[in-house]
Design a protein around this ligand. Structure first.
Ligand SMILES: O=C(O)[C@@H](CO)OP(=O)(O)O
Ligand SMILES: [Mn+2]
Ligand SMILES: [Mn+2]
Length: 559
């Protein structure tokens, strides 16, 4: 990997000075939508964000944060943190996991790659286990890809297949897990008719089983290991649809947090623990919530929990989840090669960076920002600070999360004069928005706005610059709507709560006493998106952006 043309040196910007401190704030899950009672950002008191919007017209605008603007297959794909932060940090639009897997399945290339050949070796004698998120959300995985992979695996000789499914309810409506499990069961029944021994073997809700991220709570991954590998879980059922329906009937149950279960045969024996000689594929394409499980499957030295039994398996990820750690070693589809990110350029050009969030979003402003790469580029130029998140709770009970602490860290970093870029992610709108709790999400939005205020006040104090934006929508729309925008009601006449991200654009605002006179948003990029932000930042740091970056959103006019 190297810079384009071999040089990391960026040309000086003809008009903009270097050395200003820039606070870059990413509000997670903060889109712009029609103001109504289900728009929590509108309902919440958000005087700081309101003043940016209603302030100087050429210093606030919207940018696209979903679909093709962030490398997703279609304009119906909502934005998400991975693709959003990748685009923000890398300044270019890369075809993302969802799209790369689609192409590899369509062309059949997936079956010709090293990863598939590796797992195929066991098809004669062992079981193929597929583990991942069961929905059509398109953020971490997609059911149609799993269906194609199943078909392809059978065509290539798989004779015994076990699925370990994680129910969603976060990228799709709560309750939709039943329908996804039914669809999968129908497919598996057809395979069984053809003589393939295929079954769902275990399951559990994505936020409670397997899909933790950034090492926030290893017990989540352990619950998955116990069910999938050891065949042990507190609940045992004869089939997955019955399991999901029964567990959902418990008071306050929801798809995201279903407890782990295993499927057992008539004699009560689990139908699909993972044993020596088996192959395992984690079929999520998105990295963050698979890295921990990948470590458990791949690392010989592992002390995060007692694995009890470590089967000798052939393991592959749908993608390689961490390019720096080369984790996992084997994978079915090559990940996007996100190189020459703005963070890397800036370290070569003397810009010192501070990045901070709380655990649940820490990797977003570091790992995703830097193109799915762990760690700093140059520890002498960068400091990354993680504030521990509360674990074991759903964030509607603590909607303020660590917003204030993140803002205080940003404030101290700005006042320290040790950094030119101070970058934070404020998680509230997103993490609380995903709970579907409207009251709590309103509190969350207010807390995020207060954090923005603290950071902007500090920028004011030191004569710096601010850039405030978001990675995708969430809190601005909490209800499922019909085509005309009216809330959809369920059979009992209740509104259907939208826990997922949205297709909405997100705001970006620039300002601060350090912003050179004459800087304003250009008018000729009406379709600008998140990928245009990196060049904008590089300009504000006093440099020209690399030629192949998406164009900067700003221009400098003579006053
Ligand atoms: O929680 C997550 O994994 C996703 C939603 O599936 O949200 P975000 O992209 O904001 O991290
Ligand atoms: Mn996000
Ligand atoms: Mn989210």
């Amino acid at each position: 990997m190297g810079s384009a043309g071999g040089s990391w040196k960026l040309a000086d910007h003809p008009k903009l000075p270097k050395g200003k401190v820039i606070a870059l704030i990413v509000l997670d899950g903060w889109g712009e939508a029609k103001p109504d009672q289900y728009n929590c950002i509108h309902v919440a008191e958000t005087p700081t964000m309101d003043s940016l919007k209603n302030g100087v017209p050429d210093k606030w605008r919207l940018v696209r944060a979903h679909g093709t603007a962030v490398g997703l297959p279609t304009e119906d794909d909502m934005g998400n943190s991975e693709v959003g932060h990748n685009a923000l940090g890398a300044g270019r639009i890369f075809a993302q996991g969802a799209k790369l897997v689609d192409s590899a399945l369509e062309s059949g290339k997936i079956y010709k790659g090293e990863g598939f050949k590796y797992i195929k070796e066991v098809f004669e004698t062992g079981t193929l286990h597929l583990i991942g998120l069961l929905s059509d959300g398109g953020v971490h995985s997609r059911l149609d890809q799993v269906q194609l992979l199943l078909k392809g695996a059978v065509e290539h000789g798989a004779k015994r297949i076990r699925l370990h499914v994680l129910t969603d309810g976060r990228d799709v409506l709560d309750g939709s897990s039943v329908k996804f499990a039914e669809t999968l069961e129908e497919d598996l029944a057809k395979l069984r008719e053809k003589g393939v021994d295929a079954q769902i073997a275990s399951g559990g809700g994505r936020m409670y089983v397997t899909m933790d991220r950034y090492e926030n709570d290893w017990s989540v991954v352990k619950r998955g290991w116990d069910a999938q590998v050891l065949g042990e879980a507190p609940y045992k059922f004869k089939n997955a649809v019955e399991a999901i329906k029964t567990l959902r009937a418990e008071p306050k149950a929801n798809d995201q947090y279903l407890p782990p279960f295993v499927i057992v045969d008539d004699s009560g024996k689990p139908v699909g623990p993972i044993v020596d000689g088996d192959a395992v594929v984690t079929f999520n394409f998105r990295a963050d919530r698979m890295v921990m499980a990948a470590k458990a499957f791949e690392y010989a030295d592992f002390d995060k929990f007692d694995r009890v039994r470590v089967p000798k398996i052939r393991y592959a990820g749908m993608l390689q989840y961490d390019g720096e750690l080369k984790l996992p070693t084997r994978y079915l589809v090559d990940p996007p090669e996100i190189d020459r990110t703005s963070g890397e350029y800036l370290t070569y050009n003397g810009v010192r960076t501070f990045a901070c969030s709380e655990t649940v979003k820490f990797g977003h402003v570091t790992f995703f920002w830097n193109g799915n790469r762990s760690g700093c580029f140059n520890p002498e130029m960068e400091e990354y600070v993680e504030i521990p998140s509360d674990s074991g709770i759903s964030f509607n009970v603590q909607p303020k999360m660590k917003a204030l602490e993140i803002a205080e860290k940003a404030r101290d970093a700005i006042l320290s004069k040790k950094f030119e870029q101070v970058r934070v992610n404020l998680p509230n709108g997103d993490m609380v928005g995903h709970t579907g709790d409207i009251e709590a999400t309103i509190v969350a939005c207010k807390a995020a706005d207060e954090a923005v205020k603290m950071i902007l006040d500090t920028v004011e104090q030191v004569g710096g610059i601010y850039v405030v934006t978001a990675d995708h929508g969430n809190a601005e729309d909490m209800v499922k709507r019909n085509k005309t925008g009216q809330p959809l009601l369920d059979k009992s006449g209740n509104i259907q709560i939208l826990t997922s991200h949205t297709l909405e654009p997100v705001p970006i605002a620039i300002g601060g006493p350090g912003l050179a006179p004459g800087v304003r948003f250009r008018k000729d990029l009406p379709r600008g998106g998140l990928a245009n932000v990196a060049a904008t930042m590089i300009n504000l740091h006093g440099f020209e952006a690399p030629a192949d970056y998406e164009p900067s959103l700003i221009e400098v006019v003579d006053n």
